[in-house]
Design a protein around this ligand. Structure first.
Ligand SMILES: [Zn+2]
Ligand SMILES: [Zn+2]
Length: 225
């Protein structure tokens, strides 16, 4: 089968047994793009044009700033600033002001890194579905993983048709795994709360100790830095 993306990373991260293997993959993909934007990509004309057009969101600005090579960031932010500067020209009517306000809002709603990460992640969502139908033992790995954050679960649902003739079975395993693991986190939350009852003071907490960190990932995905 012709996969959208190499399956190696999917096997590796799905077997790691984290709360959301796709969050882990997204972190890696994002790091690769951040690295590119701090190194080679900054020299390429095409990249400079796209950075000028879309700019960076605040999250990715901060991430670039936290890493080495501040000059590279400053050059790109400077390119973007040139594109934004005309939005500060004189405004002569309330109508024009309204229009300008919309333009400014739109100008800060785009991010070149967000777009690239999303484009790559869509290939992963499609490939996971394809692997379910095309790879002999992948269904077992999917079945025994700990599910996904709600965002990545919804993305997998969105691209489930890539499982082809196996789509019904895929959806059954996928939703079953998510339901089972959501219930597990609910159970951990309950056990965590129960442990605060003095009657349970000496009971070992087990997995419930991490109830809130697990719920954090299940609800919102892995924390980014
Ligand atoms: Zn996730
Ligand atoms: Zn972004």
């Amino acid at each position: 089968m012709n996969y959208h993306i190499d399956t190696g990373l999917i096997y590796e991260k799905f077997k790691e047994n984290g709360e959301c293997p796709l969050c882990t993959i997204e972190k890696i993909v994002q790091e690769q793009f951040l690295h590119e934007f701090l190194n080679d990509a900054v020299m390429e004309d095409n990249t400079r044009i796209t950075v000028g057009k879309k700019g960076f969101c605040a999250k990715h600005f901060d991430m670039l700033f936290k890493r080495q090579n501040k000059l590279s960031v400053a050059l790109q932010v400077g390119t973007r600033a040139e594109k934004i500067a005309p939005l500060l020209s004189e405004i002569k009517s309330a109508g024009a002001a309204k229009k300008r306000a919309k333009e400014i809002e739109n100008a800060f709603n785009s991010c070149v890194i967000c777009d690239l990460v999303e484009e790559s992640m869509i290939k992963y969502y499609k490939t996971v579905a394809q692997m379910f139908t095309g790879e002999k033992d992948f269904y077992k790995i999917l079945f025994s993983c700990k599910g996904f954050c709600m965002h990545h679960y919804s993305e997998l649902l969105k691209y489930s048709s890539c499982a082809g003739f196996g789509v019904k079975a895929y959806l059954s395993v996928l939703s079953g795994v998510q339901k089972k693991n959501f219930a597990r986190v609910q159970g951990e939350l309950k056990a965590f709360c129960d442990s605060h009852d003095y009657r349970n003071a000496y009971k070992p907490l087990g997995d419930a100790e991490n109830a809130l960190p697990h719920a954090r990932i299940k609800f919102y995905g892995e924390k980014q830095d």
